[in-house]
Design a protein around this ligand. Sequence first.
Ligand SMILES: [Zn+2]
Length: 76
Amino acid sequence: MPIYEYVCNKCQNKFELMRSFSKSSEPADCPSCKGKAKRILSRFTCITTNEYGDPTPVSGGGCAGCSSSSCDTCNN
Ligand SMILES: [Zn+2]
């Protein structure tokens, strides 16, 4: 199962949760305050292709705006 990152609406606690893709967008329970947490995009969300055409995760910052299918802006 994939791992998703969540941030708590109450205490801003960030935690990772392993759950199925179908439940990934559902609110999760914060482990510290039991509040509702929403999913945030982790750095692993960004996939680009390298010079050999293989899918490669984009490391570093600049991926926060990658909600679209294109990660071209991440290569700047
Ligand atoms: Zn919390």
